[in-house]
Design a binder for this molecule. Structure first.
Ligand SMILES: [Zn+2]
Length: 164
């Protein structure tokens, strides 16, 4: 997604060559490059302590089974966002995690960064009220229960393959 105007001064952006980056939007008024802005979010494949099941959630009023996810706030980082989101949404503590892969999601202009995590308990009674439903699924069930050909399904396949 390309911005047409400078986010600071509102002047129309031009384009200028930036070393090793190619053509980048440039504000002649501020004399600065304006790289296109996008959001960053974490998404979490959450395993039970035995590492045999994955938790999927449904947000309030929605039917799709999805992964726990959350936007990274300005000034924050991926790891603390991951640990905080899982605590806030499920009331569970992350015992270990590792980065899996990232994909750009065009619809929301967001770079999704997927982690594989193991939590301390299977108890979902501390789930946040903004979540309608949270449940554990076997790996095979989880792949079937999410939207076909979605980013969630891609992330699930990669994580499950990495556990074999
Ligand atoms: Zn400007």
């Amino acid at each position: 997604m390309k911005e047409k105007f400078c986010k600071d001064c509102g002047h129309l952006l031009t384009e200028k060559d930036y070393t090793n980056e190619g053509i980048v939007p440039f504000c002649n008024h501020c004399n600065q490059y304006r790289f296109p802005a996008f959001s960053t979010a974490i998404s979490a494949i959450i395993l039970n302590p035995d590492q045999t099941k994955i938790v999927l959630i449904q947000q309030y009023g929605r039917k799709d089974n999805i992964l726990v996810a959350g936007y990274v706030a300005q000034g924050d980082n991926l790891e603390s966002t991951l640990i905080r989101e899982i605590q806030e949404e499920l009331g569970l503590s992350v015992q270990s995690y590792r980065f899996m892969s990232s994909e750009y999601h065009k619809g929301s202009n967001t770079l999704m960064c997927n982690y594989l995590c193991t939590v301390n308990s299977e108890n979902l009674s501390g789930t946040n009220h903004e979540i309608d439903h949270a449940a554990w699924f076997t790996f095979a069930e989880a792949v079937r229960e999410v939207k076909r050909d979605s980013l969630v399904q891609t992330f699930l396949h990669r994580a499950i393959d990495s556990l074999k």
